[in-house]
Design a protein around this ligand. Structure first.
Ligand code: SER
Length: 389
């Protein structure tokens, strides 16, 4: 077993040895990018370098970035809890080249880290490239222990990565891992289709800018932006194919069981999973300065909090509870991300206040609803006005 902190460290150390500079995660609340409500990828903080608006003092970087995907182009909200590996908040491990190395090195190093350092079974790995990216395809064919029939080509949806409607982008190459029991049942058609094939690492070859009129222009230099979900790699390296079984989530899930008195078999554990996921999204965005409110980013927070409370309700939790989970989150994440510890009281106060006001609104709303139902029974009709309200 290797816990997530060790895995994060091994990733960073691997690239430090290859002359990368460690760069801290940026805030999940982007301060100077009106195209984003939340930081959705490790590359966001390097956008101006890619666009040649800023000169970096280093040409290689490594980091672990806090990411939120619950609005805009990348939105995983509906998958959360229904499956075991999508999140509104996750950590993205990444290595970066700013006009330095390109496809060959990023492919070679990704494979080396996976198969030599982490000893991932090559018989479970699949690789994808953008449909016309022969260069990347050819570098993969040079990897000695990778069969050519495990290198697949896909189109824009799967293998062309973009951060949003506009911005730096490019073709990408991904490494997928088969989690199924029967290794002989693998089939190339399952990649990018079946949940048994988990996309682990995305190597993006940034070479274009998507302009606001939809066109692509060449960037002055070519760059590398890679991203690997820490939750996914932790799950695969420990063969715990639900992320919620890993050290990243388990203590929070256990606390939810304690608080609710409902074990993880209850409703297939969906409520526990949703609450644990949403807790992370909310705590990190509040720590980074976001506030629940009635519009924009704040409204996303409000909706996520309300969603968590509704799932709490399904577990029979009637009192404010989200703040009770904070200590477990800090135990897991407080070391790499001390902001979560520093802002603990603020997070607790914000969650309590918001949960309180939602419960009041809900109580009032339910009373009103009962009155409407009664009224509609008398009149034999539930009016459009009432439905709207
Ligand atoms: N930007 C790419 C992604 O988010 C790789 O880091 O998947």
């Amino acid at each position: 077993m290797m816990n997530s902190s060790e895995i994060r460290k091994q990733f960073i150390d691997y690239f430090l040895e290859k002359d990368h500079k460690f760069v801290r995660s940026s805030s999940v609340v982007p301060t100077d990018d009106p195209t984003l409500l939340f930081t959705n990828a490790g590359m966001n903080q390097f956008k101006d370098i890619f666009l040649d608006k800023k000169k970096p003092t280093y040409s290689r970087a490594v980091n672990s970035q806090k990411c939120i995907r619950v609005s805009g182009k990348h939105n995983d909200l509906e998958e959360v809890g229904v499956d075991n590996f999508h999140h509104t908040f996750f950590e993205m491990l990444g290595n970066w080249s700013f006009g330095d190395y390109y496809k060959e090195e990023s492919i070679k190093w990704a494979w080396e880290l996976f198969t030599k350092v982490w000893k991932i079974d090559v018989n479970r790995l699949w690789v994808s490239v953008y449909k016309d990216d022969d260069e990347a395809y050819n570098f993969w064919t040079k990897i000695p222990n990778l069969d050519n029939d495990r290198i697949l080509r896909f189109g824009n949806k799967e293998n062309f990565w973009e951060m949003g409607e506009t911005g730096p982008c490019g073709p990408c190459s991904e490494i997928h891992y088969f989690i199924g029991k029967d290794i002989s049942s693998q089939n190339p058609n399952g990649v990018n289709l079946s949940d048994e094939y988990r996309e682990l690492w995305n190597l993006v070859f940034i070479q274009y800018n998507r302009e606001s009129d939809g066109s692509l222009t060449d960037l002055p230099m070519k760059h590398v932006d890679t991203g690997m979900g820490l939750e996914r790699i932790t799950s695969v390296l420990n063969k715990q194919y639900s992320h919620y079984e890993t050290d990243i989530f388990k203590p929070i899930i256990d606390k939810i069981v304690d608080v609710s008195g409902k074990d993880t078999s209850y409703k297939n554990c969906v409520p526990h999973k949703v609450i644990a996921d949403h807790l992370r999204m909310l705590s990190f965005s509040i720590a980074d300065g976001a506030v629940p409110s009635n519009d924009g980013r704040g409204y996303v927070l409000r909706r996520v909090l309300r969603r968590a409370v509704r799932y709490g309700d399904l577990l029979g939790i009637k009192d404010n509870f989200m703040h009770l989970l904070i200590d477990d989150l800090i135990d897991i994440m407080g070391k790499p991300y001390p902001e979560i510890f520093d802002k603990k009281n603020h997070i607790i106060e914000t969650l309590k206040r918001e949960e309180d006001s939602f419960r009041k609104t809900l109580d009032k709303g339910l009373i009103k609803f009962e009155e409407m139902v009664k009224d509609s029974k008398n009149k034999q009709v539930f009016s459009g006005d009432d439905s709207f309200r």
